[in-house]
Design a binder for this molecule. Sequence first.
Ligand SMILES: [Zn+2]
Length: 252
Amino acid sequence: MEFRLLMLKSIAVTLCLTLSGFTFAKIDVEYLATQTSQDKVNLEKINKNNITQRVIDLMDETVNLESHLTIRYGGEDGPLFDSEHQALLMPYAFVTEIEEQFNTIEPALSEDEMQQAIDGVLAHTLLHEIGHGLVYVNGLPVLGREEDAVDSFATVWLLEGFEEGQRMAFDAALMFALESEEVDEFMEEDFWGEHSLDEQRYYQTLCLIFGSDPEAMQQKTDIFDEAFVEERGESCVDDYEIVKGSWQAMTE
Ligand SMILES: [Zn+2]
C-alpha cells in the first residue's frame, strides 16, 4: 500500500515537472537599475504601450520554445542575443538611438508618432533577437544567413500577431533606411558583416509587407513605386508565403 502510494506520488511529481515545462512562461523580463535620468525616461517609453509583454504573450501563444529566455533591459551591450546566458540584451540607450534616427525626418514627428516609431522598432528588435534565441534553444536548422532569417521572423510575426503590425513593420523598415543614410561610402567590412546592408534590410522588410497584402500595398505608390511592384511584387508574395510557412513549421 505504502509502495503504491509512493509510486503514485512519484508519478504525480514527474507529471507536474513535465507539465510545468510546458505551461510556465518561457520568456521573462529583467530591468537592471537605471544609471542616468535619460535611462529613466527611456524605460518609461519602453513600457508605455506594454510592447515587451505583448511580444512575450505572442510568443507564448504561437511558438514552442524549448527552453527559457530572459529579456534583460539595461547594460551597455546590445541589442543582441547572448547565447551563453540565453538572454536578450537591450540597453536603455537603444531608445535614444531610435529617436536620433527618427529625429532626422522632416517635418518632425509628433510625440505620439515618435512613440509609435519606438514601439515598432522595439517590437521588431525584440522579435529579431527572440528569433536568434529560438534558433539556439530549439536547435533549428538555418538555411541561409541567420540574420536575414530572424529579420523575416520578426516582420512576419509583427504582421500576423499585432493589430498595428503593418505600421510597426513600416517603422522598423524606416529605421533601416535611416541608418543606411548615415553611410557615405561602403567599406569592405560592410560586405563581410553578419547582416545584410541596411538598405537591403529596408527593402526586404518592405518586400514582406508588400507580400502580406499586395492589393492594398499597390495603392501605396509613395512607398512601392511602379518599378518595385512590377519587378519584385510577385516574388514578394511568394517570399512571404515561404518565410511564413517555414517559420511556422519550425516553431510549432
Ligand atoms: Zn541579429
